[in-house]
Design a binder for this molecule. Structure first.
Ligand code: CUA
Length: 356
């Protein structure tokens, strides 16, 4: 027992073993950390810089984590108080100025260095955008994203945007209601949508494909479902999409009615003038090519419904909630943002689509 009770004595050999263990654990941690694929594929021109920054953060953080954890574990092993040792603790220590200066100065230098790196990096990748940069207005609301852009003098409003590969884009992000955060993980950059102001970032998509647009700020019941898609394609893909989006609406119902409301178009894009959110942002409907999952899948949920019930569920959604879905996720204002004619057209479109 004699040796065991002499507290606080640690041999040089033990210290050396401890230091060696710290170094081995740090190196192992860094190697494992760098080997893990933390992120999805790189989809923009800034992704490489962001990923490098992540790696630097990891290399700096792992040894600090190992040191803190190691000292705690070592202290528990070597200096914990065993029964009968209560009086061996010695007088309380009231501070050690030298130590305190050291352990304040070192983290300060580390944090300041990383902040400087982050600032330089951000300024570098967010330089004033090039002249030919395409501007996309992004609007977040509970619980959908809407994109608007101007192509050749024509306005496009959509919930499923297509962008051309290797052409710079500036996203100007706003919110209609609460905080959201506009994020496409493959592109890496993320910015909050803040009510009352416009935030922005710019980048150049460098990878073709369909990528998820994610809301990264807890914004309410439907937050987890606030997901849509962006497609990055060739110039030709993009041009075909633009032509499609800006084509004049086909005359509805076979009639010659010039200004007849177009249910398919309302479903796909809503009404930008009145702020009616597109149904396609939240609902799956195979006839409209939408596969969003925030709200019920209309192909199944409203099959067999008559026009009156459909109209009621759009105008006053809280009264007719599908099983498994919560109230107050669907915008309650369609009776105001859509005219009666538009509501009729929308109901007709959905009804014929699901009962084909
Ligand atoms: Cu919008 Cu979370």
């Amino acid at each position: 027992m004699g040796e065991e009770i002499r507290r606080g004595t640690v041999t040089t050999r033990t210290w050396l073993v401890f230091a060696a263990a710290m170094i081995v654990a740090s190196v192992a941690g860094i190697v494992i950390g760098l080997a893990i694929e933390w992120f999805p594929v790189q989809g923009s021109d800034v992704a490489d810089d962001i990923d490098l920054f992540w790696d630097v953060l990891l290399i700096v953080s792992v040894p600090i984590f190992v040191l803190v954890t190691g000292v705690v574990l070592f202290s528990i092993w070597r200096w914990r108080m065993r029964p009968g040792e209560e009086r061996l603790d010695g007088p309380p220590i009231h501070g050690n100025t030298c130590l305190e200066i050291i352990w304040t100065a070192i983290p300060t230098v580390i944090i300041a260095g990383l902040c400087a790196y982050a600032t330089v990096l951000l300024l570098d990748i967010q330089e004033a955008p090039a002249k030919n940069t395409r501007v996309v207005q992004v609007t977040g609301e509970q619980f959908a994203w809407t994109f608007a852009m101007n192509e050749g003098g024509k306005k496009i409003q959509t919930t499923r945007i297509v962008l051309p590969l290797d052409q710079p884009v500036e996203f100007r992000v706003r919110s209609k209601d609460v905080l959201h955060s506009f994020w496409v993980p493959e592109w890496r950059l993320k910015v909050d949508a803040v009510p009352g102001i416009t935030t922005k970032y710019s980048l150049t998509p460098t990878k073709r494909g369909e990528f998820q647009v994610v809301c990264a700020e807890l914004c309410g019941l439907g937050h987890a479902f606030m997901r849509q898609f962006v497609r990055v394609g060739s110039d030709a893909d993009f041009q075909a999409w633009v032509d499609d989006m800006t084509a004049p609406a086909a005359p509805a119902g076979g009639g010659a009615g010039a200004a007849k409301a177009d249910g398919a178009k309302l479903f796909a894009a809503g009404n930008p003038q009145t702020g009616a959110t597109a149904c396609s942002a939240c609902h799956t409907l195979s006839a409209a090519g939408s596969d969003a999952q925030t709200g019920p899948n209309l192909d199944k949920a409203v099959k067999g419904w008559d026009a009156a019930r459909l109209r009621g569920a759009i105008a006053d959604p809280a009264k007719d909630i599908s099983p498994g879905f919560a109230a107050n996720i669907m915008p309650p204002n369609y009776a105001q943002t859509l005219s009666p004619e538009e509501l009729d057209a929308l109901v007709e479109f959905v009804k014929t689509s699901v009962n084909r």
